[in-house]
Every structure is written in structure tokens, then in C-alpha cells.
Design a protein around this ligand. Structure first.
Ligand SMILES: Cc1cc2ncn([C@H]3O[C@H](COP(=O)(O)O)[C@@H](O)[C@H]3O)c2cc1C
Ligand SMILES: O=C(O)c1cccnc1
Length: 351
């Protein structure tokens, strides 16, 4: 594979499956359009999965973890040690995403890209050792070019494993103390917006904390402004290991033909990076929810995304996408199981 594999073409959606699914929706026993966003969801999934009747039988969850050097600026309400501690919690089954994956019958893959504090090998976790967290981007680029490439590739490799196991939907998640600062800085640079438009409390900063976070991000944006001359370089300078891995995963999904359900603010910023690196990947992305993190609105707008849920979630880990997954399943069940007007002998014409 070439170093800039992400520029390779994405899979086209299947127009025949889309047409058949659209016409099936129009024949089901309900006023046309009455199932709202669930109708479009079923039709989109049909065009992505290349079958008139899509299904979500084998969802694949992958949580990418990594630490952030910018945490030394005091931008998170929680200590950096939590990233590694939560990895242990994922393994033991005590984290929100562990419970959700188990309840939904999903495979949960855990990828540790590099924590600041040393971590013992954990059963079932893929430890990739990209670095002991990223460098502090308020002082220098977060990643070397090699680290950024390895992280992007780690995301793509996760999608390859998902497909090899027969997955029909990909859900990415993240764990990394400080990553709302990273995501905000990245989104500011990609969208040309000031930090005030995107930075929020993350895990729970107070107003004073958010003001400080904004100052740190503005300082970093000024430091890297001239260097951020491409999406790839912006990701390298202001990103994080897990954000780059998610970016690579979304690109991999589009290139290999697996629909991806995007979680909250952090994942949406990774999706924005993916779309800037290869715009054609957009049509493989489904958006699950609007996070309580205030910057999410601007990122969703830039992606022209209309998420399914707005529950005030601000957790990450892929949890919001997992919570939206039953809606995707219900959209598929309705699409598959409802009778047509002809089958049910119901008059199909409004008077
Ligand atoms: C116990 C705990 C579990 C989490 N699971 C996800 N996050 C979320 O919060 C972090 C980002 O917020 P900030 O930028 O404010 O540090 C990320 O790790 C994200 O996944 C968690 C945070 C904590 C504290
Ligand atoms: O929406 C998110 O992804 C999010 C929000 C706050 C903290 N961690 C993640």
C-alpha cells in the first residue's frame, strides 16, 4: 500500500440497491415518508450494503486510545492517568461502551496507540506503542510524520479486521484525556473558526477552565497557522493518535465498502479530517447523535450531517453511536418486515 493510500478511490454506493429500497419504502403500508429519517436510513444502508434489504447483524466496535501532550497545559478536568485506567476498565467490562457492546451483541476491539504512563499488556488489547502520548501541540507538532501515518494505518487495519470477521457496520470510539482540546484545535484549523466557536467544557471544566482552554488553543493555532497547509499536515500538528486512527478507519470504511456510524464530537472531527483528505468518503458515514459539547454543531454543519439523536451525551468511547444502533436495526426491521399495500390489500392512494 502506498504512503498516501487514503487518496485511493472510495467504493461507489450501489444505485440499483438504492432504487429498489426506495421503491420498497414507497410501497410499504404507511403514508409515504411517514417514518421520517428512518426511511432514508434504510435506503442509505441499502445502497451502502448493496442489498435491497440491509441489516445490522454483526456490528464491529473499535475503541482507539491515546494520550495528549497538551494535557500539561491544564486543559482537562481529569488527570491523564485516566486514559490507561479506562483501558483496564474496558477490558474488565465496566465502561459504558463495554456494557453497550455486550448488550448489543457487538464485537468490541480495543486499540491502545500509546499512553503517557506505562501500561502492562492487557488481555485482548492491541498495544501499538506509537509513542508515550503525543507531544504538546501548544509547543511543537503533536506527531511526527511517521507517527501520524502509523496511526492512520492502524484505523484502516481495524476496518480490515472488521470486514474479515463479516462485520456489516463499523462503530469507532475514542478514549484520550485532553482530546476535546485536540478535536477543537483541529476543527478550528480545518474550518477557519476561532477557539471560542468550538471549545467547550469536555469532561467538566468550569467557565474559567474553558477560558484557559480557549487561550491554549488560540496560542497553538497561531503557532501552527503557517504550517497547516494541508489536511494531513493539520492532523499531524494538531491531532492525536486516536483521532488519526479514527480518521484512517473512516477512510478505510469508505474504500472497503463498510458503513460507519460516527459517534460524538471527537469522532465527528476525525470524520471531518477524513472528508478533507478524501471527500468521497462522506457518503459512507452515518451520524448518530449531537453531543452536548458545544463545538459539535459547527462540525456537523460543515459535514452537512443530521444526526439521529440529541440526548445531551458527552462521553465519547463510541457510546452515542452504540446507543443509536438500535434505531438503525429498527429501520432495517421495518424496511424488511412491513407489508406492502398490495400484500396487505390496503388502498395505496390518498383520496
Ligand atoms: C472516567 C472517564 C471516562 C471517559 N470515557 C470517555 N471520556 C471522554 O473524555 C475525554 C475527553 O475530555 P477532556 O478533553 O475534557 O479530557 C476523552 O477521553 C473522552 O473519550 C472519559 C473521560 C473520563 C474522565
Ligand atoms: O462528544 C464527544 O465525543 C465527547 C464529549 C466530551 C468528552 N468526550 C467526548
Amino acid at each position: 500500500m502506498t504512503l498516501d493510500w487514503w487518496r485511493n478511490p472510495c467504493q461507489p454506493l450501489d444505485p440499483i440497491a438504492r432504487g429498489k429500497a426506495q421503491s420498497r419504502q414507497d410501497q410499504l403500508t404507511k403514508p409515504r415518508g411517514a417514518l421520517g429519517q428512518l426511511e432514508e436510513l434504510a435506503i442509505t444502508l441499502a445502497s451502502q450494503q448493496g442489498r435491497e434489504r440491509p441489516c445490522i447483524d454483526r456490528p464491529w466496535f473499535a475503541v482507539f486510545a491515546g494520550d495528549h501532550g497538551v494535557v500539561e497545559e491544564g486543559v482537562s478536568a481529569y488527570p491523564q492517568a485516566v486514559t490507561g485506567e479506562m483501558l483496564r476498565n474496558f477490558v474488565r467490562g465496566g465502561a459504558a461502551i463495554s456494557v453497550l457492546a455486550k448488550t448489543l451483541g457487538a464485537t468490541l476491539e480495543l486499540v491502545d496507540l500509546g499512553t503517557a504512563l506505562p501500561l502492562e499488556p492487557l488481555p485482548g488489547v492491541l498495544h501499538l506503542h506509537v509513542g508515550a502520548g503525543t507531544a504538546n501541540f501548544a509547543r511543537e507538532p503533536a506527531m511526527t510524520a511517521a507517527q501520524c501515518l502509523i496511526a492512520l494505518q492502524a484505523g484502516r487495519a481495524s476496518v480490515e479486521r472488521a470486514l474479515a470477521s463479516g462485520a456489516d457496520l463499523y462503530v469507532g470510539g475514542e478514549m484520550g484525556i485532553g482530546n476535546t482540546t485536540t478535536a477543537s484545535a483541529l476543527a478550528c484549523a480545518l474550518l477557519g473558526l476561532p477557539a471560542t466557536a468550538l471549545a467547550g467544557p469536555g469532561t467538566g471544566l468550569d467557565d474559567q477552565g474553558v477560558t484557559h482552554k480557549i487561550q491554549v488553543i488560540e496560542h497553538a493555532l497561531a503557532l501552527h497557522r503557517d504550517g497547516c497547509d494541508s489536511p494531513q499536515e493539520t492532523l499531524r500538528r494538531l491531532g492525536g493518535f486516536e483521532v488519526a486512527a479514527l480518521t484512517g478507519a473512516y477512510l478505510g470504511c469508505a474504500q472497503l465498502g463498510l458503513p460507519a456510524l460516527v459517534d460524538g464530537f471527537i469522532c465527528s472531527v476525525a470524520a471531518l479530517c477524513a472528508v478533507r483528505l478524501n471527500p468521497a468518503c462522506r457518503e459512507w458515514l452515518l451520524f448518530s447523535h449531537r453531543s452536548a459539547e458545544p463545538g459539535h454543531v459547527a462540525v456537523l454543519e460543515a459535514l452537512e450531517a443530521r444526526p439521529l439523536l440529541d440526548l445531551g451525551l458527552r462521553l465519547g468511547e463510541g457510546s452515542g453511536a452504540a446507543i443509536a444502533l438500535p434505531l438503525l436495526r429498527l429501520a432495517c426491521e421495518l424496511h424488511d418486515g412491513m407489508a406492502t399495500f398490495a400484500e396487505a390489500a390496503v388502498s395505496d392512494r390518498p383520496v
